[in-house]
Ligand binder design. Structure first.
Ligand code: PRP
Ligand code: URA
Length: 211
């Protein structure tokens, strides 16, 4: 797995919270709360290389040098449905972010992503984009989302996923080597139904309630 390009956020809080989510009978409330908390921690790491500039400002004791993030505000891109569960956590850290939305439903037979919605904010070519989705399984949904973003001019794309399967990371790395992926855990493998093992089960059902 050492050839995979992915940043695993190795932090005690992240590891603790993710284990709570893996519990067999984790309630919808607990799963949703932990999804948000993890998203917040991951956004902190994923925004680490945002560029800043200095500027002169008036402080309480006189003229000082302030710092501010430069460039157009980032756009967060939740993949419907499960990605919505991470949105508030990321917004806690980047409250001025703009939100673009991609709707994809993974066909449970073919495992192929079926697009059903897309709406992007203006100036996508000038904004860093943070795709959010709890699960990176076969990688099909992530690749389709990255392609939609690139078609709309995006050049600075990161992906935040709670759990990733090596198979999916490889697919995304090969198709889009410029995209940085952050995860709380790189798990073992996919099962015959395309579920991540040990994974979290069906993240969308656990965040929203079973369909
Ligand atoms: C899940 C998940 C990802 C996708 C990952 O969504 O949230 O979007 O599957 O699978 P992949 O890497 O094999 O494409 P799903 O399509 O089940 O929809 P949901 O969010 O509505 O539950
Ligand atoms: N979607 C999920 O919700 N879980 C998986 O393990 C794979 C895809």
């Amino acid at each position: 797995m050492s050839d995979l390009k992915i940043t695993v956020i190795d932090h005690p809080l992240v590891r603790h919270k993710l284990s709570l989510m893996r519990e067999k009978d984790c309630s919808t409330y607990k799963f949703r709360t932990l999804t948000k908390e993890l998203a917040r921690l991951m956004a902190y790491e994923a925004s680490r290389d945002f560029e800043i500039e200095t500027f002169p400002m008036e402080g309480w004791c006189g003229e000082i040098i302030g710092e501010q993030i430069i460039g157009k505000t980032a756009t967060i891109v939740p993949i419907l449905r499960a990605g919505i569960g991470m949105l508030d956590g990321v917004l806690d850290l980047i409250p001025t972010a703009k939100i673009s939305v991609v709707g994809l439903q993974r066909d449970e037979e073919t495992l192929q992503p079926v697009p059903f919605f897309e709406k992007f904010v203006s100036h996508m070519d000038k904004r860093p984009a943070l795709i959010i989705d709890p699960m990176l399984a076969t990688g099909g949904s992530m690749v389709a989302t990255i392609e939609m973003l690139k078609k709309n001019g995006c050049t600075n794309i990161k992906a935040l996923v709670l759990v990733a399967a090596p198979e999916g990371v490889r697919v995304v790395n090969e198709a889009h080597p410029d995209v940085t992926i952050y995860t709380a855990a790189l798990d073992s493998h996919l099962d015959e139904h395309g579920y991540i093992i040990p994974g979290l089960g069906d993240a969308g059902d656990k965040i929203f309630g079973k369909q």
